[in-house]
Design a protein around this ligand. Sequence first.
Ligand code: FES
Ligand code: FES
Length: 160
Amino acid sequence: MPTTVRVECTINDETREFLCEPRQSLLECLRDVLGLTGTKEGCNDGNCGSCTVMMDGRIVPSCLVLGVESQGSEITTIEGVARGSELHPLQTAFLESAALQCGICTPGFIVAAKALLDRNPRPDEHEIRLWLANNLCRCTGYDKIIRAVQQAAATLQEAK
Ligand code: FES
Ligand code: FES
């Protein structure tokens, strides 16, 4: 009988408590324990970026973080990017630019791109490509994704 550990953290601005096994990744906890299935599993070994979430202000691959390591931390997943029914400009731009096909990589790209735009509202193309270098897409091709991030950055600037 595996031992379970009680973990308390903040996810998408809500205090959450859950039980997990010490071996379970944060990705497993989010998806299988908490039902936050927006975060996707690609490689499960830290190479694809599909499972990207924000943890205490840093982007992390949740497949390489243990659930127990999230104790006391603040996490943002793709479910926390929209505000209610209002999509984040990145989400709108990905849809309008057809910057996704199967969608497995998309939550990771959007969480990572949001972290970039929060730090640097006017990134140039090189900065966007460099920032997103750890996020892989097997379907869409990167140009549409880069254009979507540029479009979202412009939208956010116009809204200021
Ligand atoms: S599933 Fe975590 S990096 Fe690929
Ligand atoms: S849309 Fe399929 S992997 Fe990116």
